[in-house]
Design a protein around this ligand. Structure first.
Ligand SMILES: C[S@@+](CC[C@H](N)C(=O)[O-])C[C@H]1O[C@@H](n2cnc3c(N)ncnc32)[C@H](O)[C@@H]1O
Length: 214
């Protein structure tokens, strides 16, 4: 199902009696929909900004009759910051996020202090973030980002057999590229309000060509 957002200033509603797992940049949803099929007791939310991928996710849910997975077409940092319930997600998955390899584009990367603040706020205490990428430098940067945040502890990543590889993971593995995986658990910490999100136009995540604003 595609989540219909009527008011982007109003937090989304969830059934808080059911566990929640979220995938950021879920693409066509092969990972999340197969997980949702295997775990009917849990709800699954994909966040994806590309419309054709959102539609593919939705048609998988319909074709395989998966009632507990839905997809939201919105920007992930905004969604985490404003629209999700506090300390409810038991798992957050970020698989093969855009690495923005050029230094001048690093500000478009998802992982940074703003995302970690919002991530900690949305994960239940003891909930985990699972991360995988084919990009070694981005992997090391993300590991460093978590190392300098005392609210997270590194843990073993979950096993990901072939049946649950994402579309990009399948493509990268077929090319023989190395895959780097890690996971972090959220720890108890002081729970403060998130400050309002300020994103400069040149920091906005973009697809395709990034045009410098004058
Ligand atoms: C490289 S693809 C990986 C897709 C999928 N995770 C996989 O492994 O097959 C990255 C995906 O993240 C989405 N994406 C990137 N930044 C995003 C953001 N800030 N908010 C929502 N989706 C985002 C892109 O549209 C794209 O589908």
């Amino acid at each position: 199902m595609i989540v219909k957002v009527k008011d982007i200033c109003k937090p989304l509603e969830f059934d808080l009696s059911r566990p929640l797992e979220i995938e950021v940049g879920c693409g066509k949803g092969s990972f999340l929909t197969s997980r949702a099929k295997a775990h009917p007791e849990c709800d699954f939310l994909g966040i994806e900004r590309m419309l054709d991928r959102v539609r593919s996710f939705d048609s998988k849910c319909r074709r395989f009759m998966i009632p507990n997975a839905s997809v939201l077409r919105l920007e992930a940092l905004y969604t985490f910051h404003y629209l999700l319930p506090a300390h409810h997600a038991r798992k957050v998955y970020v698989f093969f996020p855009d690495p923005w390899p050029k230094k001048k584009h690093h500000s478009h990367r998802l992982f940074g202090p703003l995302f970690l603040n919002a991530l900690w706020k949305r994960l239940e205490v003891g909930g985990t973030l699972e991360f995988a990428t084919d990009h070694q430098e981005y992997f090391e940067t993300v590991c460093e980002c978590f190392r300098s945040d005392a609210r997270f502890e590194r843990v073993d990543p979950m096993p990901r057999p072939k049946e649950v590889w994402t579309e990009f993971e399948t493509m990268f593995r077929e090319q023989g590229l190395p895959i780097y995986s890690a996971a972090w658990k959220s720890l108890p910490a002081d729970d403060t309000e998130l400050s309002p999100l300020v994103i400069l136009p040149e920091q906005e995540p973009r697809e395709g060509i990034v045009r410098r604003l004058r």
